[in-house]
Design a protein around this ligand. Structure first.
Ligand code: COA
Length: 242
């Protein structure tokens, strides 16, 4: 849009450094505590190590997600496509305060969970994916990110929505999550219902969830160096195992 000038300007064309634009587009990041890394003994006896993904790991994660988005069952396609976009959003600094957790078994990528911090109060759950089925890896990954939100970031509310039957069954039903009136309140992932967990509900009910899901085990933050070392770098699964 161009308007006539109400006063003479000594320089009529301003030069803009895109670094200045970048500061406006990104906004300042919140100071989030790091997720320290935790193990969970899965029902089937394997040890899942959950840690934050590093930015340099994003390209191989996106490459694998390109394959996951071609899977035509259980909504892996839409979730894979959206996760690809979210990893890219994190990689290109186009998501506000994202966090990205990977679940690893012996150095192989087995689970994914991410979200973003909307503000000091609300944590938005984005996606959880099991890349290896039947071990309840997805259930545990989701619990780990909610634990991070409530216990470490100190958010007081958790907002989720569900695209798949398995996701709804695991957490909407599995955590007996209430939802806000719909369509009055909509989740940013396509406008579905917002299922929410408050801090008091978390304390009352949900802290027990991972024990029920993983056959008695809790998140264990005393991670042996050998496990950290074995999962310092990870490879993506050879094939598609979902
Ligand atoms: C939702 C999700 C993360 C849950 O992962 P999970 O907790 O590890 O559970 P799974 O999906 O592997 O399995 C769910 C149940 O079906 C069974 N199952 C389904 N498909 C299976 C398969 N191909 N192999 C083995 N078991 C399977 C499991 O044994 C399990 O039964 P259980 O409740 O007795 O443990 C996972 O289904 C997933 O990644 N789905 C696609 C992405 C998605 O929908 N994300 C959530 C968006 S809302």
């Amino acid at each position: 849009m161009k308007f006539d000038l109400p006063e003479k300007a000594s320089i009529e064309t301003l030069q803009i450094d895109v670094r200045d634009v970048e500061a406006v587009l990104q906004g300042p990041a919140m100071k989030l505590p790091p997720f320290p890394g935790a193990t969970v003994k899965l029902k089937d006896g394997r040890t899942l190590f959950i840690r934050e993904a590093r930015l340099d790991e994003a390209p191989k994660m996106m490459e694998y997600m390109e394959r996951i988005m071609k899977v035509d069952h259980d909504f892996y396609d839409i979730v894979g496509a959206r996760v690809y976009a979210e990893i890219l959003g994190w990689y290109r600094h186009r998501l506000k305060d994202p966090y990205t957790l990977v679940g690893l078994v012996d150095g192989v990528w087995a689970g994914f969970a991410n979200g973003r911090v909307m503000n000091e109060k609300v944590n938005i759950s984005l996606h959880t994916v099991a890349l290896d089925r039947g071990g309840r890896i997805g259930a545990v990954m989701y619990y780990a990110k909610a634990y991070y939100a409530f216990e470490m970031i100190k958010n007081t509310e958790w907002w989720a929505t569900y695209e798949s039957y398995n996701g709804w069954m695991r957490w909407g039903l599995g955590m007996a999550q209430p939802s806000y009136p719909w369509p009055d309140v909509q989740h940013e992932l396509g406008g579905g219902r917002v299922y929410y967990v408050t801090k008091s509900y978390w304390d009352q009910l949900i802290k027990d969830y991972v024990k029920q899901m993983a056959g008695g085990a809790e998140l264990d933050f005393n991670v042996p160096d050998s496990i950290r070392k074995a999962n310092e770098n990870f490879t993506v699964p050879e094939g598609i195992n979902v």
